[in-house]
Design a protein around this ligand. Structure first.
Ligand SMILES: NC(=O)c1ccc[n+]([C@@H]2O[C@H](COP(=O)([O-])OP(=O)(O)OC[C@H]3O[C@@H](n4cnc5c(N)ncnc54)[C@H](O)[C@@H]3O)[C@@H](O)[C@H]2O)c1
Length: 319
């Protein structure tokens, strides 16, 4: 009985403290803000997974700054709905929606072919789309969904658009990774989790792959005036948790402590536009500042090996 009373009193005190300090907690949770005054008139931006969450807020902010924003979305109707809501918030927004399913290499190739035929400049590519903790599923090409969408799909997309980015230089690539990369490692012996599957670890592996890809690509893009950096957006209250009931409950209960999608978009925006980053490449950012990268995310050997394996899996050559 006594123990129960102590627990109830404890919970009461914690609740009271959260209520009292809510404004401060919110301010802390919000993290860094991109304060760059840069205008994007005349610039073209491509954002994957731009119809929801961080991607949508990134699209809105870059459109407000005058860019032509191409929203690459799996579901064209949902993409158009989001584009309409961006146009409603910003009358001068130049947003357009194109269909792209990163879980299907044919869709990626068709997207790139049309894009290259119709768009003659690309200044900012934001690899934002992602899936988290989904049940074991394969992409159309037989890749495990996390590594397939979060890494291999974006790898193929970037390989097809890199020529255009180079021709449009100065250009930037932003790869939306996660703090979760700290808990991942690349399972070269079982990249697609055929031996054993854990949805959390599969997500972490794919986010580590994002960090390694950004580093290796930046090394290969030396002297091209195309930079590439990876980003941890923060813990953001978005639909990303849709596949995990536990995470959805956790995110709802602790929503006060989480970033809004708008706050979560700040570091992507910062890396895409900040003047001071014009020659910074191969780095990792969080809260609009350089961030820690786990040792496994700094390994040159792993990044080169992942590059080769990715080319092999996709059946492409990218030197
Ligand atoms: N929310 C967080 O706390 C958090 C933390 C760290 C990193 N991230 C990363 O931020 C990015 C954006 O996530 P979010 O939080 O905005 O979640 P979200 O679910 O709102 O956005 C993910 C987007 O990716 C798209 N997508 C998924 N599969 C796709 C496919 N096969 N083809 C094309 N698009 C596809 C979805 O339609 C959606 O628009 C993700 O890469 C995620 O890993 C999020």
């Amino acid at each position: 009985m006594m123990v129960l009373l102590v627990i109830v009193a404890g919970l009461g005190v914690v609740t009271l403290l959260v209520i009292l300090f809510a404004p401060h907690i919110r301010k802390y949770a919000a993290g860094g803000v991109c304060r760059s005054p840069v205008s994007l008139e005349g610039k073209t931006v491509l954002i994957t997974g731009a119809n929801t969450g961080i991607g949508k807020e990134t699209a809105l902010e870059l459109a407000v700054r005058g860019a032509r924003v191409i929203m690459a979305c799996r579901d064209i109707d949902k993409g158009e709905e989001s584009a309409d809501s961006i146009r409603a918030s910003c009358a001068h927004a130049q947003v357009e929606v194109r269909q792209l399913d990163l879980a299907d290499t044919c869709s990626i190739r068709a997207f790139a072919q049309k894009f290259l035929a119709e768009v003659n400049q690309l200044h900012i590519l934001i690899n934002n789309a992602g899936v988290m903790m989904c049940p074991y599923t394969k992409t159309i090409d037989g890749f495990e969904m996390h590594i397939g969408v979060n890494h291999l799909g974006h790898f193929l997309l970037a390989s097809l658009l890199i020529g255009l980015l180079k021709r449009s230089a100065p250009a930037r690539i932003v790869v939306v990774s996660s703090l979760a990369h700290n808990f991942g490692w690349i399972r070269f012996h079982d990249l697609h989790s055929q031996g054993s599957y854990n949805s959390g670890l599969a997500y972490c592996q794919s986010k580590l792959a994002n960090v390694l890809f950004a580093r290796e690509l930046s090394r290969r893009l030396k002297d091209t005036n195309v930079t590439v950096n990876s980003v941890h957006p923060g813990t953001v209250n978005s639909d990303l948790t849709r596949h995990s009931t536990l995470m959805t409950i956790f995110f709802s209960v602790f929503s006060t402590f989480l970033k809004t999608p708008r706050e979560g978009a700040q570091t992507s925006i910062y890396c895409a536009i900040a003047d001071e980053l014009h020659s910074i490449s191969g780095k990792h950012f969080s809260d609009c500042a350089p961030a820690f990268v786990a040792p496994q995310g700094r390994s040159e050997e792993t990044s080169r090996r992942l590059w080769d394996v990715s080319c092999e899996q996709l059946g492409i050559q990218w030197d």
